[in-house]
Design a protein around this ligand. Structure first.
Ligand code: KG4
Ligand code: ZN
Length: 338
């Protein structure tokens, strides 16, 4: 089954063609980072406009690279929730128009279900059920994955997402947008013990909840007191800040893996591209005896191959969306009742 995936929920316009939810024929991503860089974050209206300019060329490029015609497709999957509503609408309208003119089946995909499906594009994906740590610019959640499209959120962040903590920290340090990747690079040559930052919600039993706003404030106080350093001191500050984010994520994740009795963990979303997190969670898995699965970095950040993979599982179950499929800016995953 050859599925066209479309993704436009934030600042990446992406189209991909994936066979049977596992084999990627084409995976095209047009990033808008340059559009938003000077504002230090995503400007929703500018994102919508850039999606409009990019979406048709990106779909065309995906079809060309896959050597596929619209007529060869077996279905179209599109992110319809959650995200910036104007941005979502561009991908959604494109997907609906294509479904209408070709008569191909259409399905809507939850963006986080997409992130959870990226690892199924790899040769050795995790079995069900497993635990998932989703860490992106908009979300930080621990999720129990029972089956494709059957997930329960065990807990999430009370305030900022992990990616937001990276991006806001980087903005404060004048490192540009998106800052996660810059902090990651500088942290590699820094001393993570140089500056002591808080590890929120890791000492008491706070279930599967996270908090990163205190860390951001601690960085602000540090910078107000000492200024923004450069050279080695900047690398040390980035390494310490990153260590605090990673350590909070890892401590909480290993505790919940134990509590849930799950021996397989996947980590996904843009922050899963972070080299510090990848190394620490793998080391924790080896110590505690759970197996860790992380997609390659380019499939951690937003892409449409993961949307096509998630859509495939809905299509094979016979799910079909009508042309009234709507964009939903905020749509939490189902939560386990207390
Ligand atoms: O999944 P994603 O591409 O978009 C959302 O769904 O939000 O995640 C984007 C986030 C941004 O906050 C970005 O700074 C962060 O992922 N990110 C990283 C790295 N690469 C991307 N954070 C830390 N280290 C990285 N290497
Ligand atoms: Zn994402």
């Amino acid at each position: 089954m050859r599925v066209l995936g479309l993704e436009s929920s934030c600042d990446e316009t992406a189209a991909a063609i994936v066979v049977d939810g596992t084999t990627v024929l084409a995976d095209v991503v047009a990033s808008q980072h340059e559009v938003h860089a000077k504002y230090g974050g995503v400007v929703p209206e500018l994102a919508s406009r850039a999606h409009i300019l990019n979406v048709v060329p990106v779909v065309q490029a995906a079809l060309d690279r896959a050597g596929t015609k619209l007529a060869d497709l077996d279905g179209i999957a599109v992110t319809n929730a959650p995200g910036l509503v104007g941005a979502l609408l561009v991908g959604l309208q494109t997907a609906k128009s294509l479904a209408w003119v070709t008569g191909k089946p259409l399905v809507g995909v939850h963006h986080l279900e997409g992130h959870l499906s990226a690892v199924y594009l790899e040769p050795d994906p995790p079995p069900m059920p497993h635990l998932a740590l989703i860490v992106s610019g908009g979300h930080t959640s621990l999720v129990r994955v029972n089956a494709h499209a059957d997930v329960i959120e065990l807990g999430g962040t009370r305030d900022d997402a992990a990616g937001e903590a990276f991006d806001k920290g980087a903005k404060l340090l004048g490192l540009g947008y998106p800052g996660g990747v810059v902090i990651d690079r500088l942290a590699k040559t820094g001393d993570p013990k140089a500056v002591k930052f808080p590890l929120a919600m890791t000492t008491r039993d706070t279930g599967a909840e996270f908090s990163f706003s205190g860390l951001k404030t601690a960085l602000l106080h540090h910078v107000r007191k000492h200024g923004v350093p450069d050279g080695q001191a900047l690398s040390d500050l980035c390494a310490s800040y990153q260590w605090s984010i990673v350590e909070s994520l890892v401590r909480k994740t290993r505790r919940i893996a134990r509590r849930e009795g799950l021996a397989h963990l996947q980590v996904c979303g843009g922050v899963a591209a972070n080299s510090g997190l990848r190394a620490s969670i793998r080391a924790a898995g080896e110590e505690d005896g759970f197996r860790v699965y992380i997609p390659p970095p380019h499939r951690c950040t937003d892409n449409a191959a993961m949307i096509a993979a998630a859509g495939y599982h809905r299509l094979v179950r016979g799910e079909r969306a009508g042309l009234d499929l709507d964009a939903v800016p905020s749509l939490p995953l189902p939560r386990r009742s207390a």
